[in-house]
Design a protein around this ligand. Sequence first.
Ligand SMILES: Nc1ncnc2c1ncn2[C@@H]1O[C@H](COP(=O)(O)OP(=O)(O)OP(=O)(O)O)[C@@H](O)[C@H]1O
Length: 248
Amino acid sequence: MFEIKQLAKRPFHMNKTDDKYLLSNISAEVVRGEWISLLGASGQGKSTLLRMFSLLHSPDEGDMLLEGISFRNQHPRFWRKQICYVAQQAVMLTGTVEDNLKVPSQLHQLTYDSQLAKRLLAAAKLSDVDLKKDARELSGGQMQRIALIRSLMLRPTVLLLDEVTSSLDVTNTLAIEELLKDWHRNEGTIMIGITHDLKQAERVSTRTWFLAEGTILEDAPAKQFFISPSTEAASQFIISGQAEVLAT
Ligand SMILES: Nc1ncnc2c1ncn2[C@@H]1O[C@H](COP(=O)(O)OP(=O)(O)OP(=O)(O)O)[C@@H](O)[C@H]1O
């Protein structure tokens, strides 16, 4: 359903003649219902990869096809409606919380589904938030959840989650995981999520991509990856992640 073929990205500000890559040889096929955790050390290019999937950065080489159609043959706005990126740092637009929730439907000339919004706000523990409040006065964690709901309202085919629980406490993190699990179960949306929380990756995902050396070094079912990673780099990554948990 979502095919990635030999995708590559040079470091930013590098010109096309330079033979240097931040990411290269990124190839995969992802089908409806998969939930991928994108793991890897800081600075490996995880956010850049997700942003490239939604065309917020343009690939330097390779192709991406959604349901057989290349991104080159679709309007970027339509592509982004189907492959939706939820940023780690939520950006609220000018206006109220409700204005922010309505933006995607206005942008894509869809009917605003107020019942869906209400249901998602409740699941995200945001029922008490005044929808008439200026969105930029929300807390960081509230903004992060509103941004997620704003993307879900588009019912994308692929949802790209960039550390979407990083500003949340444990209760809200678990509430968002439940909301996403429910959504995933009911809609079959392909989820690709970056997390530094290995326990969260184990809880939610069906498949793991381990990004290292500028590429997807390991692509494995989640259970297999955590029990027996096939590279030394992934093995060390898992061990240091477990050590961090024990130290906290
Ligand atoms: N807009 C930009 N301009 C210049 N360099 C950038 C830009 N965005 C990212 N980079 C560089 O690209 C590299 C990969 O960054 P990216 O944020 O994708 O990594 P990451 O794996 O998501 O890291 P983290 O886990 O710390 O969020 C880094 O070296 C970063 O400095």
